[in-house]
Design a protein around this ligand. Structure first.
Ligand code: AMP
Length: 947
């Protein structure tokens, strides 16, 4: 008995060192019971009441008393000591977690206890709607688990108080009653229950995208997601229904939808905060509050727009961000040129345009009685060229005036805010008298022509200047005028002569295309007046920019994959290979899986000018490091380089806002392994071969690009609604670290052992040939509808068996030809394995000749987990041809890609013909020998060799 007491005492001496005051529980845990925070006795119910569990007070290192239970009847047989908690109210919990901290003595350290001492205890629970002593009988309790220690201790060194506690957590769901009891059953161990913490998990109140999500209790299932609708925070409105999923671990998953701050408020610290005085925000889709633009102000908080300073205005169409403006000043330098009953008016733009770009001119024409101030508006028969109102040019010609009449012309400068303050200060005027027909006037435009043209529609850069080249129609000598404006006055023309004009624009890229225009200068003879000296030549869109001669050189070279990590800046690779997508084009709909870096969601993508498509959206969870961001995005820079129907297609990436996302095409049927397991036995052999062909074709494309996948397995193939399989999972880091099947090898890094070729496991020789090995395993997975390769054998046993030459046997009903192909891809020497191109050809051949698929590995039942198949080695094609005396066909066989004898097995007459072996006697001889090989193999396969 003394020994036992010693054991218990030391039990607690040890505990104290590892125990600190009750910890603060994480925000996503809601405590239902914490034995360490109970003041006074725990007073749980022990049975038997004496000699079993005992309540003991100990002091933790801060001298705070804590209540514990202990039992240590290691010398007495048949122990059955129960300890039951008081009734615990369940609250809203559907799944509860029980965290037990305890110490447990190692039986080896206690002399004389063999046969009676135990090192485990059992944990039970009982649900009930009320605290009912009589009801809580032991026999009613349900077992949660047997709990064993990770750190049992063998000896206690009093001088060294460092003793680790065991912490074990168990969980139970789905709970439905009002409350429950927990019970601890000891069957003869030496245990101290130091603390018991019972809690449930919730996703704590959170604000995402301005939507508030309430405290949400997690689902009953460890894998269930609870969909929660958020409500917009104060001063915000819903843009798209905000939703978020609460995961079983009490973590919120990717937020969907969002709210936007109302006008007058801006987003700050996940709240909508009011815009300060002097600031405004006009639309909920705008960024933050902005300072009032020039010549405007806001006097109150929460302004949605700013008022204009006195004398400044805003037109109805002016955006709120535009400064307030004022009407322009009057045009100036107005001059007139009268020609009989026409007049050309020209003026200079106003000194100030009022701060706007929309300046135009209106002409007001008045006919005045000479020497009086009486004027009347001009009649409707007066013509204006180009027009009277909204003129953009600073000239107008007015025709069909009356001869010998006094006119006053006002030119008004007008802009978008003129109507707010009309005043004569915006107009300039001129008064003139028209002439008699044929009368001469001062002729300043004689022999002159004015050309106007429009800007080219698509200049290939900033236009530096225009060049006007002109010559007499039948002459070759020309003159050139250069101008930076879109008009030119051409002087010294010869009247009554036809001219050709070329106008072209020059940008930094050179001259644009030239327009050739022929014009006759329809002027009277010298001494007369050139009528309508202004020729408006609107050459809209005709001065075309230089057609860049694109010398498209097709360099026909093999495309090689570029490792994004070879870029000095991996962001550059992302920019190069992945298109940036604007988040407004993406609609996230639901969470479909959990990836290595965050949730994978399904949703829709609508790119401008394209139809909406379903997409998969991989997200990068918050709080990532720059390296994790690059690792995550590296997958996009890899996939972005591929374009093949059997490789997952990248739509683009979102890197400019959070969460960072990778958008790929959506594969409705998810990963191939799960898909096969769900549809066990439902496909025809031809459908399965079709699946294999698709994967092989994708892999051929990758190997042609010199890309080595390293993790080809059914779980990394995705299936769409048309059963098209696509190779996926091109993450860089996962190759070594994050593969769920990965096991650490002696050389560091993780490798999916069962799928990996021996040379890749032993000395990391990853090549397309090692991908072929993995392909063989994936074939086996497909043909066995998602069976686990090598069943429950350990990784070490798999490595050993492969080393000894054992290989996976044919799955049930697997055509022999396919198993042969598997065996070839599992050749020890990687050079002996077929290339992906040969695999594709071989599968095509099988699909064309479905009869070759009939032969299966006999009536072999699903292989017994403990049996592997010793790889039959048939020798080389050359040797075989020699034995049947047809060596002359060696070339034919090797050219057709038959490099191992296994590969000739599915061969037909037609194949031989195509290989150039036309002699029918030779064909017969070859095929009968093939038959013999097959029956020999069949025989050998029936003898399964246990590992
Ligand atoms: P991964 O991070 O690529 O392993 O993706 C995790 C899970 O999300 C996969 O196992 C699939 O179930 C799912 N998933 C990933 N990409 C897609 C996709 N393009 N279409 C449909 N489901 C996908």
């Amino acid at each position: 008995m003394a020994g036992i007491i010693y054991a218990l005492t030391s039990l607690f001496l040890g505990i104290c060192a590892g125990l600190s005051a009750p910890r603060n529980h994480p925000a996503n845990e809601v405590t239902l019971l914490d034995s360490r925070s109970v003041q006074g006795d725990l007073a749980w119910v022990a049975s038997p009441t004496e000699g079993g569990w005992e309540e003991v007070s100990i002091m933790d290192e801060k001298n705070i008393p804590i209540r514990t239970y202990q039992v240590c009847n290691v010398m007495e047989p048949n122990q059955n000591n129960w300890l039951r908690t008081h009734w615990i109210r369940r609250g809203p919990a559907q799944r509860i977690y029980i965290e037990i901290k305890f110490t447990l003595r190692d039986c080896n350290s206690l002399p004389g206890v063999i046969g009676t001492c135990k090192e485990t205890f059992n944990l039970y629970y009982l649900e009930s709607d009320s605290d009912n002593e009589r009801f809580a009988h032991e026999s009613r309790f349900e077992k949660i688990d047997t709990v064993a220690a990770d750190e049992s201790f063998t000896q206690v060194d009093i001088g060294d108080r460092i003793m680790k506690l065991n912490t074990e957590v168990r969980d139970v769901g789905v709970l439905s009653r009002t409350g429950f009891y927990l019970a601890f059953q000891d069957v003869g161990a030496c245990i101290a229950l130091v603390s018991v913490h019972v809690f449930y998990k919730k996703c704590p109140l959170a604000v995402r995208n301005l939507a508030q999500f309430p405290d949400t209790v997690t689902g009953a299932d460890t894998s269930s997601l609870v969909e929660v609708r958020g409500s917009c925070v104060n001063h915000s409105e819903e843009q798209e229904v905000p939703k978020m999923y609460c995961g079983a671990d009490g973590e919120w998953l990717v937020p969907i939808g969002n709210c936007l701050c109302n006008p007058g408020y801006e987003e700050r610290n996940e709240q909508c905060q009011v815009c300060k005085v002097g600031y405004y925000r006009s639309l909920s889709s705008d960024g933050g509050c902005r300072k009032c633009p020039l010549h405007s102000y806001s006097m109150k908080e929460g302004a949605t727009s700013c008022d204009c300073d006195k004398g400044y205005y805003r037109s109805e169409t002016d955006p709120a961000a535009m400064p307030c403006t004022h009407p322009p000043s009057a045009p100036h330098n107005l001059i007139s040129n009268v020609n009989e009953t026409s007049v050309l008016l020209e003026w200079s733009p106003p000194i100030t345009s009022g701060g706007r770009q929309d300046l135009t001119y209106n002409v007001v024409c008045k006919q005045c009685v000479r020497d009086t101030q009486r004027c009347t508006p001009c009649g409707d028969d007066v013509r204006y060229s180009p027009q009277r109102l909204s003129l953009r040019s600073t000239r107008v010609s007015v025709h069909q005036l009356q001869a010998h009449t006094n006119y006053t012309f006002q030119i008004w400068a007008v802009n978008g805010v003129s109507k707010h303050s009309p005043s004569l200060e915006q107009a300039t005027s001129i008064t003139l008298t028209t002439n008699q027909a044929g009368e001469c006037s001062k002729d300043i435009t004689r022999h002159t022509l004015s050309l106007f043209w429009d800007k080219p529609e698509k200049p290939n850069g900033v236009i530096l200047e225009y060049e006007v080249k002109y010559y007499e129609k039948n002459e070759r000598s020309y003159r050139i005028v250069k101008t930076t404006s879109r008009s030119a006055d051409i002087k010294d023309l010869t009247p009554l002569t036809s001219y050709v004009f070329h106008v072209r624009a020059r940008t930094a890229a050179g001259y644009g295309e030239t327009l050739i225009v022929s014009l006759s200068v329809a002027a009277p003879v010298v001494g007369g007046v050139i009528s309508s000296a202004v020729l408006l030549l609107l050459v809209a869109g005709c001065v075309v920019v230089l057609l860049l001669t694109l010398i498209i050189t097709f360099i026909i070279t093999k495309r090689i994959y570029v490792d994004p990590y070879t870029y000095e800046d991996p962001n550059q690779a992302i920019r190069e290979f992945a298109k940036e997508i604007n988040t407004s084009c993406i609609k996230i709909e639901k969470v479909i899986g959990i990836g290595e870096f965050g949730e994978v969601c399904s949703g829709r993508l609508k790119l401008p000018g394209k139809r909406e498509i379903c997409v998969a959206i991989k997200t990068l969870k918050a709080g990532f490091t720059e390296q994790q961001r690059l690792d995550f995005l590296s997958e996009a820079s890899v996939i972005g380089q591929f374009d093949h129907p059997n490789i997952i297609h990248l739509e683009g990436v979102v890197t400019k806002c959070k969460p960072v996302m990778i958008i790929t095409e959506y594969m409705e049927n998810g990963s191939l392994d799960m898909f096969l397991r769900k549809n066990d036995g439902r496909f025809t052999v031809i459908q399965l071969v079709g699946i294999l062909r698709g994967i092989a074709s994708g892999m051929k494309y990758l190997s042609d690009m010199s890309y080595v996948h390293r993790d080809l397995a059914a779980r990394n193939i995705l299936v769409n609604s048309n059963l098209v399989c696509k190779v996926s999972d091109f993450g860089m880091s996962r190759v070594l670290e994050d593969e769920p099947e990965g096991a650490y090898t002696t050389r560091g890094g993780k490798i999916p052992i069962r799928w990996t070729a021996p040379e890749a496991i032993t000395y990391r020789k990853f090549t397309s040939a090692s991908d072929v090995w993995s392909y063989g395993i994936a074939m086996w997975e497909v043909m066995s509808y998602g069976e686990r390769p090598y069943w429950d054998m350990s990784n070490q046993d798999v490595i050993k068996a492969i080393e000894e030459g054992y290989r996976l046997p044919p799955p049930m009903e697997c055509p022999l030809a396919l198993h042969q192909l598997m065996l070839e891809s599992w050749m020890r020497e990687r050079a002996d394995r077929p290339k992906f191109s040969q695999i594709v050809n071989m599968l095509d051949k099988l699909i064309r000749n479905p009869a070759t698929l009939k032969r299966t590995a006999g009536d072999a039942s699903r292989p017994h987990p403990s049996t592997l198949h010793h790889a039959p080695s048939l020798g080389s094609v050359d040797e075989w041809l020699k034995t049947i005396g047809l060596e002359q066909y060696r070339e034919n066989f090797s050219t057709a890609g038959f490099c191992s004898l296994e590969s000739v097995l599915p061969m037909s007459h037609e194949d031989l013909g195509k290989m150039g072996i036309s002699c029918s006697a030779h064909q017969r001889k070859i095929l009968s020998s093939v038959q013999e090989l097959l029956s020999g193999m069949h025989h050998r396969q029936d003898t399964k060799v246990p590992v």
